[in-house]
Design a protein around this ligand. Structure first.
Ligand code: HEM
Length: 538
């Protein structure tokens, strides 16, 4: 919007100072002291030396020296947009979340990303894509921090540093950048059979989307909803793009990556600028909240599993429209901080052990990435609901808190009362039946099946899609230096499908191993009447 005109008095109001970094007609130092030259340093004569007393020179260079902040440890490369979410009002049977109410409009900010590449890497690489949405609701901020692939590599957050160490570029040469075609990635996913399903999605066309505008999004984990009557339902979140799901083919991705490494971020920004606003429907799959937390034999707490839409159809509950590009990449796309723990009444987490670890990780990493504990005060992170917390001071504190008693109860500042209705916060009151148990470091037996859903995915593919998958595995495994890694890759494919394995083995010039697991077809064939609990939909 450019510099603001100076006010008649020449003094910006307090609001102006908070809202804008640039006011007035002339350049100043950070202290507002007027500058008359920012092109020459102060010297003892035209040929120097430069004088240490030149505060403007030192301020300018010192600030520049500290312009960069750490990039995200994952999902470093991203592109984002503002928009609006409109609730359809048909989810009241399962959740009291106000933003899903009929016609309710909520401002949102969505950041899409690749996972593994650094901030300057190319857009069109084969990778999972992040799809993170911040809903600035009247009840506080709700973040849906999802991906474009509905399952994850691991079942327990304690493995997250390991999979990311394996997926990031090799520590010795720092290559390859943002591609899975390397030994450590394949070493990890072939030694951890629970990664098979996600890896297969990555090797499919889903790993190279045509556009951010043409991707599905998934919350991945199962969440818990609560309606106004206190009844709970388990749920998986989906984003369905109005433009449909489209992918690049490998050759297109390679050419686009070379000719325009910004292919996806340019596509998103250009479309919005042209008024072709991308839209997604938010949908939910619902499941009865039973003590077992399973549905049709699928463990809902296992993030390597989907629930097929044939068993639980996705019910649309609202529409997302992205209609405004960020005006400052750093202030918005870079400084935005999502967190799976940002929840509103009516939506809560489950005991999925991957989700539980994420609840710790995001705040922790953002304290370091965004320089202390006060990043919620940054404009892009500020809730659009009133904030009245008892958090005080800390690095980069910009709020000037009133009162003397940031504790409760107190008798000095009005007692810090809870607002009416606070008992309806996001913690859903479900009976927690913890079985008598010992402390264990182990996964439940229901997490053991690592191949049947990968097989289901492979069997659901059309002939050209299968060909793309065979080519992707052949290329990626073919790039590995270690013979043992290639062989384990083939073993994992044999356990998905012998035909897939033999085609990739032929391309690699290696023998195709026999399956070591029974080939189980995952898709049960229940009548659709067995779909989750009934709830009112228009
Ligand atoms: C970003 C951790 C699993 C989606 C991040 C970041 C961390 C992280 C540290 C960087 C955040 C920042 O600097 O602001 C973890 C851990 C996981 C995990 C510990 C598992 C234990 C997942 C899963 C999904 C996901 C399963 C998808 C469902 C994202 C997205 C971002 C992100 C979309 C980028 C957010 C943005 O655009 O700023 N994750 N993650 N993560 N994660 Fe995860």
């Amino acid at each position: 919007t450019g510099p603001k005109p100076v006010s008649p008095t020449g003094t910006p109001s307090r609001d102006d100072r908070a809202a804008s970094a640039q006011q007035g007609e002339w350049l100043t130092t950070a202290q507002g002291d007027r500058l008359y030259d920012t092109d020459h340093s102060l010297k003892a004569g035209p040929r120097g030396p430069v004088l240490l007393q030149d505060h403007h020179l030192r301020e300018k260079i010192t600030h520049f020296d500290h312009e960069r902040i750490p990039e995200r440890v994952v999902h470093a490369r991203g592109a984002a947009a503002h928009g609006v979410f409109r609730g359809y009002g048909n989810a009241a049977g399962v959740t009291k979340a106000a933003f899903l109410g009929e016609g309710m409009e909520t401002e949102v900010f969505v950041r899409f990303s690749t996972v593994l590449g650094s901030r300057g890497s190319a857009d069109t690489v084969r990778d999972t894509r992040g799809f993170a949405t911040k809903f600035y609701t009247t009840e506080g901020t709700f973040d849906l921090v999802g991906n474009n692939i509905p399952v994850f590599f691991i079942q327990d957050a304690i493995k997250f540093p390991d999979i990311i160490h394996a997926g990031k570029p090799h520590p010795d040469r720092e290559i390859p950048q943002a591609q899975s075609a390397h030994d450590t990635f394949w070493d990890f996913v072939t030694l951890h059979s629970e990664a098979t399903h996600h890896t297969l999605w990555n090797m499919s066309d889903r790993g190279i989307p045509r556009s951010y505008r043409m991707m599905e999004g998934f919350g991945v984990h199962t969440f818990r909803l609560e309606n106004a009557a206190g009844e709970t339902t388990l749920v998986k979140f989906h984003w369905k793009p109005r433009l449909g799901v489209h992918s690049l083919v490998w050759e297109e991705a390679q050419i686009a990556g070379g000719v325009d490494p910004d292919f996806h971020r340019r596509d998103l920004a250009d479309a919005i600028e042209a008024g072709a606003y991308p839209e997604w429907e938010l949908g939910i799959q619902t499941f009865p909240d039973t003590p077992e937390q399973t549905f049709e034999g699928i463990d809902l707490l296992d993030p390597t599993k989907i629930v097929p839409e044939e068993l639980a159809p996705v019910q649309p509950v609202g529409l997302l429209t992205l209609n405004r590009n960020p005006s400052n990449y750093f202030a918005e796309t870079e400084q935005v901080a999502f967190h799976v723990g940002h929840l509103v009444p009516g939506i809560d987490v489950t005991d999925d052990p991957l989700l539980q670890g994420r609840l710790f990780s995001y705040l922790d990493t953002q304290i370091s990435r965004l320089g202390g504990p006060n990043f919620a005060q940054l404009p892009i992170n500020r809730p659009h609901a009133p904030v009245n917390d008892m958090l005080r001071d800390g690095m980069h504190q910009t709020a000037v808190h009133r009162g003397v008693a940031p504790y409760r109860p107190n008798s000095l500042d009005g007692g810090c009362p809870f607002t009416a209705g606070a008992e309806t916060g996001a913690d859903i009151d479900v009976p927690v039946a913890l079985p008598a148990s010992r402390k264990v470091r182990e996964a439940p037996a229901t997490f053991d099946d690592h191949f049947s859903q990968a097989r289901m995915f492979w069997l659901s593919m059309s002939a050209p899609e299968r060909e793309h998958i065979v080519n992707a595995y052949s290329f990626e495994l073919g790039k590995c230096y270690e013979q043992a890694v290639k062989e384990r890759g083939l073993q994992s494919l044999a356990n998905i499908d012998p035909d897939l394995c033999s085609q990739v083995a032929a391309a690699l010039g290696l023998p195709a191993p026999a399956p070591t697991e029974p080939l189980r077809d995952a898709l049960p064939s229940p009548a659709l009447s067995q779909v989750g609990r009934a709830w009112p939909l228009d």
